[in-house]
Ligand binder design. Structure first.
Ligand SMILES: Nc1ncnc2c1ncn2[C@@H]1O[C@H](COP(=O)(O)OP(=O)(O)OP(=O)(O)O)[C@@H](O)[C@H]1O
Length: 362
């Protein structure tokens, strides 16, 4: 059961009938390229995602794969090129400012940089009071407001609250600032948190504490969380389901345990089997098959084909959709299709190793 941050009225909670809280289908974003008429960056292309209450979905991928763009599209901070966005099964596209305010109350975003996202000239009390008043009622003041602030700080484990409430951001650690940013998001009593690399700028020693806090919010408040990260190991620890992105497309989805323990897509295999040394991954991938593709003129077919040791003509010409492989798992790789001309997959690291031994790309 959700417990509201205060007794103030909140948007009607929808019955949990299994309908996703938030769902996007065919999500696409193309950015125009300045100075090149007609050219676009294919940042996100045809992505389907569903977020359920009380569930963490990790969106994993290397830099430039489109993760942040997806977060901004889900937050409706910019228009999409194509695709639908539904909240509880109903079109949630905002067209006016008022609609946007109502949407933001339900879908809140947490940013990577807690240093940049809190205004340095305001105390924690000011920052949180402002958010509480916006979302829970402009008239809230005095003891009632204090109680709401206390509840929020308790929720993010900044207690005793007196120690933090009159502090300025520069008087707090990175982890404490991120907790304040999370408290500010919680003031809206949201159903969805979009967390864009929420721990990547924090000290390694405090990252786990923030993930545990988010996990606790998922459990206690039944919030749906989109957790964006380039660190697939943290996705395994923290997320119920994982979607792996490559060059603007989702290449693999499934429960986090299966995706990380038994990766199916050659890209996910490379990502996981090279961990924990990302340089190893980059070196192997570069040594074997070059850099991540241009998103202005992306490769035809599977976008991973130029780096994939198993790619065939089919992979170079036709785009694979997500293929059901087992237990709700999907893999966008022709290797799992029943086509006669499908590629025969082998061990991805062996293949790269062989290539390197043979002196580069064949
Ligand atoms: N406003 C914009 N105008 C033009 N191109 C953009 C814009 N925003 C993002 N892009 C491009 O879209 C692609 C995806 O970027 P995005 O930031 O979503 O990736 P990401 O996976 O979040 O990467 P990172 O982890 O580095 O933030 C990149 O090629 C990026 O340069």
């Amino acid at each position: 059961m959700r417990t509201p941050a205060t007794d103030a009225p909140r948007p009607v909670p929808a019955a949990d009938d299994g309908t996703p809280v938030l769902q996007v289908t065919g999500l696409t974003k193309h950015f125009p390229v300045r100075g090149r008429r007609g050219a676009v960056v294919h940042a996100v292309d045809g992505v389907d995602l569903t977020l359920h209450r009380g569930e963490v979905l990790a969106l994993v991928g290397e830099s430039g794969s489109g993760k942040s763009t997806i977060a901004r599209l889900l937050a409706q901070l910019m228009p999409r090129t194509a695709g639908t966005l539904e909240l509880h099964g109903t079109d949630a596209t905002v067209r006016r400012r008022r609609g946007f305010r109502a949407y933001v109350r339900r879908v809140q975003m947490i940013f990577q940089d807690p240093f940049g996202s809190l205004n340095p000239v305001h105390t924690v009390r000011y920052t949180l009071s402002r958010s509480v008043r916006i979302h829970q009622g402009r008239g809230l003041r005095g003891a009632e407001l204090d109680a709401a602030l206390r509840t929020l700080l308790d929720r993010v484990r900044l207690s005793p609250t007196e120690r933090y409430i009159d502090k300025f951001p520069h008087e707090l650690s990175g982890g404490q600032r991120q907790r304040v940013a999370i408290a500010r998001a919680l003031a809206a009593d949201p159903e969805v948190l979009l967390a864009d690399e929420p721990i990547s700028m924090l000290d390694v020693s405090i990252r786990l504490g923030i993930l545990n806090l988010l996990q606790d919010l998922r459990d206690r408040l039944d919030i749906a969380i989109l957790y964006i990260t380039h660190d697939i190991a943290s996705a395994r620890y923290f997320a119920d389901r994982t979607a792996v992105m490559y060059a603007g497309r989702v290449v693999e989805t499934g429960d986090s345990e299966s995706v990380t323990q038994d990766p199916k897509h050659p890209y996910t295999q490379l990502l996981i089997r090279s961990a924990p040394d990302p340089d190893d991954l980059e070196a192997r991938a570069r040594g074997a098959r070059g850099e991540a593709p241009s998103l202005v003129d992306p490769p035809a077919g599977c976008r991973f084909n130029p780096r994939c040791p198993f790619a065939t003509d089919l992979c170079r010409t036709e785009t694979p959709e997500l293929i059901d492989v087992a237990d709700g798992r999907g893999v966008a790789c022709w290797g799992y299709s029943d086509r006669a001309d499908r590629p025969r997959l082998g061990d991805v690291l062996d293949a790269y190793g062989r290539r390197a031994d043979e002196g580069g790309t064949p």
